[in-house]
Write a protein that binds this ligand. Structure first.
Ligand SMILES: [Fe+2]
Length: 447
């Protein structure tokens, strides 16, 4: 088994970064303010430091930025973000200089003037040129881009898709809105009729309604009247990728979510228009597929399956916006190139004390793998566990007991891999897989 390690970084919105200083208990006002400043730290800086450190380790196979490098598609800011993260992710060590850096466009990376003047593909051209100049992987425009990440000979083919092709395409909007937006008179709100309170409206948290007129109306439209989608040719290429006979699982990166977001959102076109169709198509391939995205500034991890397709599994993982941290994604892949499982390691900020911490991991097992995928060493381990159970009359072991049993402390990672493989094949059950291996409880199944 081998592992593929990817860092997933959410929405950036450069340069609207506001490093929040950590709290200082400074009740005695007689001290100079400069001492408080010297003692403050910022969780945002801690995020950047952690990202730089993890990017520079040999085992990181790629850093994926899931879009929205900036807001309002200002190309100078997009370039600034590309430059900043080139230095950050590739400046730490010699090996990091070749770490693949990947980017998919977000709705906020689209400049509305470019969208008017250049059209739905050419509006991304500048982004694509900046990425290429700075040595990033190609940016997907009207077709997906395939990138191989991971150890040589055993890498995974990852597909970058562009879900923002419909962003700022006014021709997609209803005519009355389109005409209103085309005029220069944006000083007034568009009259959409009177709203009446209804008791059977959508369930949502109570918020105090603010009725003041937005300062910048065009921004309101920008945020609310978006029409993101996956184009038909893009989806065709995605399905070709998913259905390839030699491929046993998919790894896809896009900006928008495929599942509706948790937080109620009051905007006419907040979700990707054909997210449901894309999702059902991916499930129809009857293979596990990992979909990494951003956009919603939250970090749900959700799994969807179609019970009529036993190997179908859509694992959807969102990264939060960068000020809240980022994800490390670890793929466990068998020698037969089957996806055994995915571990998500969330690094999240603590604003109050200006730190970043590793939160509880999440392990997502993939549908059971074939018995033939287990190598001799893994079978050998199973035999020892079965013998142990027969001799001692107990079928529940702690990690340390398994280590003693096989006397393999120097190769803990190999032992972890073997136990995960046996778990994925249904031979054993590893309880608390999301935690560190010291907390695992290993149960041998069957007679
Ligand atoms: Fe977005």
């Amino acid at each position: 088994m081998h592992r593929i390690r990817i860092l997933q970084v959410g929405d950036i919105h450069y340069p609207d970064w506001q490093p929040v200083p950590s709290e200082i208990d400074a009740k005695d006002k007689q001290f100079s303010p400069s001492i408080s400043e010297a003692l403050r730290s910022s969780a945002f800086r801690a995020v950047l430091r952690k990202l730089r450190y993890l990017s520079s380790t040999d085992t990181t196979n790629g850093v994926v930025f899931v879009g929205d490098f900036t807001t309002k598609g200002r190309s100078e800011f997009i370039e600034g973000a590309f430059r900043h993260f080139s230095l950050l992710c590739r400046g730490g060590s010699e090996s990091s200089q070749t770490t693949p850096l990947l980017f998919v466009p977000g709705n906020h990376d689209v400049n509305r003037i470019d969208a008017f003047e250049l059209g739905k593909v050419e509006k991304f051209r500048k982004i694509s040129q900046i990425a290429s100049r700075l040595g990033w992987c190609p940016v997907p425009l009207d077709r997906p881009v395939s990138v191989t990440v991971g150890p040589k000979e055993m890498g995974a083919e990852l597909l970058l898709i562009n879900t923002s092709i419909g962003s700022w395409e006014l021709q997609n909007l209803p005519e009355f809105l389109r005409d209103k937006l085309r005029t220069d008179d944006l000083s007034k709100l568009v009259d959409l009729g009177n709203s009446k309170s209804v008791e059977d409206g959508p369930a949502a948290p109570t918020v105090s309604a603010e009725s003041d007129t937005p300062k910048d109306l065009i921004d309101q439209y920008y945020a609310q009247l978006d029409t993101p989608y996956v184009s038909a040719p893009m989806l065709d290429s995605m399905m070709e990728y998913m259905q390839a006979a030699e491929r046993s699982y998919g790894l896809i990166v896009g900006h928008h979510n495929l599942l509706p977001q948790k937080m109620p959102r009051i905007a006419p076109y907040a979700e990707m228009l054909n997210a449901g169709f894309v999702r059902s198509q991916l499930l129809s391939a009857n293979k596990p597929v990992l979909y990494l995205h951003g956009h919603i500034h939250q970090d749900p991890i959700e799994v969807v399956t179609d019970p009529r397709k036993p190997r179908s599994q859509l694992i959807s993982i969102s990264a939060p916006e960068i000020s809240a941290g980022f994800n490390e994604i670890l793929l466990f892949v068998s020698e037969e190139n089957e996806l055994i499982g995915v571990r998500v390691i969330p690094y999240r900020t603590r604003q109050a004390d200006g730190t970043i911490v590793e939160e509880e991991n999440c392990f997502i097992p993939c549908p059971s793998i074939a018995r033939s995928s287990l190598d001799d060493d893994t079978w050998g381990l199973l035999k020892r566990l079965e013998t142990y159970r027969a001799e001692r009359g107990t079928d529940l072991l702690w990690w340390n007991q398994v280590v003693d049993l096989v006397r393999s402390t120097p190769v803990a990672e190999k032992l972890e891999d073997a136990l995960i493989m046996l778990h994925a094949s249904g031979r054993i059950d590893v309880q608390d897989l999301a935690k560190s291996n010291r907390d695992w409880r290993i149960q041998v199944k069957g007679k």
